[in-house]
Write a protein that binds this ligand. Sequence first.
Ligand SMILES: Nc1ncnc2c1ncn2[C@@H]1O[C@H](COP(=O)(O)OP(=O)(O)OP(=O)(O)O)[C@@H](O)[C@H]1O
Ligand SMILES: [Mg+2]
Length: 283
Amino acid sequence: MSEVKNVLRLENITMQFGGVVAINNLSLQVNEGEIVALIGPNGAGKTTAFNCVTGVYEPTNGAVYFHGKPIAVNHPQGKMVRQYAGELANKYRETRPVVYSPDRITAMGIARTFQNIRLFKSQTAFENVLIATHLRRSSNLFTAAFRLNLREERRMREKAMSLLETVGLAEEADELATSLPYGKQRRLEIARALATDPTLLLLDEPAAGMNPQETDELGEFIVDIKNRFNLTVFMIEHHMNLVMDISDRIYVLDFGRQIAEGTPQEIQQNPVVIAAYLGVEEE
Ligand SMILES: Nc1ncnc2c1ncn2[C@@H]1O[C@H](COP(=O)(O)OP(=O)(O)OP(=O)(O)O)[C@@H](O)[C@H]1O
Ligand SMILES: [Mg+2]
């Protein structure tokens, strides 16, 4: 058996906003080459978990590791020491907090899409992707002096165009991002995420707003880009067909706590999951 490498690991993550414990002591891992889904009812804490991974929020307690390196480590401090309602605060007391900014985390190789699409509204599809390629730019004053930047600019434009082709939006390159139908905007966001050369791709409800046919196609598309770009994928999704079709493993959150973990088959048969989530009708 080949060695399993974990790309992302959450260890005892608690995220508390004032008195609200949005995530309570969540531990999980996503291994290299896997597609892992995070599911659970509205308000369960799924997006908050992504925000703790991408540096948008600093977890109140616990640690996040990316390729084994800590990118966030914290414990309750200040007012939160008395207010803290999560578990295992003492475990991290001695640790010096680690806080990486969203930019640094993107540069390390984590890219994401957003539940509420965030594209540059007044820019074309092409420009939205091109801007993201600039993260990997090597140009500086020195290269500018020797006119090397033009060549790099051309290379980035080619990369942006090729990514648009990958997501099936080459024809729409010059259209305003916001004039595209919803399903295409979601694909454009994925192209933009890929432009930063991630090893880990986080997708927050990629099928939201898509029709059933677009949703079916999205499943194949995610598997395809995962293979093509050697990615590991961590995905939040409410469409159970999509989740069950393409996930290697699934974590289930309910009220901020992990209530189950397993293969799609195990999750579908898990009575706790059925009671908390799968049993209720989809919106
Ligand atoms: N910045 C914040 N300040 C205060 N409360 C927050 C904040 N962000 C999230 N919450 C709360 O944390 C809880 C979890 O929210 P989150 O958005 O993570 O849920 P979710 O599982 O992504 O839900 P959905 O499926 O509806 O997207 C909710 O009660 C939410 O109100
Ligand atoms: Mg959410």
